[in-house]
Design a protein around this ligand. Structure first.
Ligand code: AP5
Ligand code: MG
Length: 214
C-alpha cells in the first residue's frame, strides 16, 4: 500500500496519516517531521530547513527529494508507506513517479483532505505537537488527557514555530501556488480521492478506510 496525503497546511494530513499507519501497519513518512527532528538534533540539514520553514516557505526540492528517497529506501518501507507532506510541488511528484517506475511500482491513492482556508487558521493556532514523538492535538477539538502532556509518550506539547499567525498565511499562499496543482496531476492519473476534512476526525478516518478497504 502506497498512499499520498494531500491537503493544505493544517488540513489534518498528519492526524489521519498516523491513524492509517496504525491500522494498516505501514510507516508514516512525513517530510515535515523529518525536518523537525533534524532541527531538534541541530544537524546541518535542520539548520538549512529551518530558514525556510520559519518563513512558511518550502524547503528546496533538491534537499527534500533526497531525504524522502533515502527514507523510502529503508527496509520498513518495503511493504508500503503513507507519505504526508510529500510531494508538495510538481517536480517532487515527477521525481517520485520516475523512481517508482524504475522499481515497477506506483502510488495507489492520493487522498486530498479538503479543508477551506477559513478553518485552517483556527486549527493551526490551536494545534499542540509533542516535542518527542510528533503526535498532534488540538486544544479544543482533540485535547490531550492531561493539558500540555502527550498521551502517547508523556512528553511536553508545544506550539510549532511555524504555527504563528503571521506564518500561517504565507504557508497557505505557498500551498495554493505550489501544491494545489498536484490535485490536477493526480486526477489525471486516476488515483485522486477528495474527502471532506472538516468532518469529525473519526468520520474523516471512516471515509478514508472506505477508500482503502478494511
Ligand atoms: P509539514 O509538517 O508537512 O506541515 P504542513 O503541510 O504545513 O501541514 P501541517 O503539519 O501543519 O498540517 P496537517 O495537515 O498535518 O494537520 P494536522 O493533522 O497536524 O511541513 C512543515 C514545513 O516543512 C513546510 O512548511 C515546509 O517548509 C517544509 N516541508 C515539509 N515537506 C516539504 C516538501 N515536500 N517540500 C518542501 N518543503 C517541505 O492537524 C492540524 C490541527 O487540526 C491539529 O491541531 C489537529 O489536532 C487538528 N485536527 C485534525 N483533524 C481534525 C478534525 N477532523 N477536526 C478538528 N480538528 C482536527
Ligand atoms: Mg503534519
Amino acid at each position: 500500500m502506497k498512499i499520498i496525503m494531500l491537503g493544505a497546511p493544517g488540513a489534518g494530513k498528519g492526524t489521519q496519516a498516523k491513524m492509517i499507519a496504525d491500522k494498516y501497519g505501514v510507516p508514516h513518512v512525513s517530510t515535515g517531521d523529518i525536518f523537525r527532528a533534524n532541527i531538534k538534533e541541530g544537524t546541518e540539514l535542520g539548520k538549512e530547513a529551518k530558514t525556510y520553514m520559519d518563513r512558511g516557505l518550502l524547503v528546496p526540492d533538491e534537499l527534500t527529494v533526497k531525504i524522502l528517497l533515502d527514507r523510502v529506501a529503508k527496509e520498513d518501507c518495503k511493504k508500503g508507506y503513507i507519505l504526508d507532506g510529500f510531494p508538495r510541488t510538481i517536480p517532487q511528484a515527477q521525481v517520485l513517479d520516475a523512481e517508482l517506475e524504475k522499481l515497477g511500482e506506483g502510488i495507489d491513492f492520493a487522498i486530498n483532505v479538503d479543508v477551506p482556508d477559513n478553518h485552517i487558521v483556527e486549527r493551526m493556532s490551536g494545534r499542540r505537537a509533542c516535542v518527542e514523538c510528533g503526535a498532534t492535538y488540538h486544544i479544543v477539538h482533540i485535547p490531550s488527557q492531561k493539558e500540555g502532556i502527550c498521551d502517547r509518550c508523556g512528553k511536553e506539547l508545544v506550539l510549532r514555530d511555524d504555527d504563528k499567525p503571521e506564518t500561517i498565511q504565507s504557508r497557505l499562499d505557498v500551498y495554493h501556488d505550489q501544491t494545489q496543482p498536484l490535485i490536477a496531476f493526480y486526477t489525471e492519473k486516476g488515483i485522486l480521492r477528495t474527502i471532506d476534512g472538516t468532518a469529525d476526525m473519526k468520520d474523516v478516518f471512516k471515509t478514508i478506510t472506505g477508500i482503502l478497504g478494511e
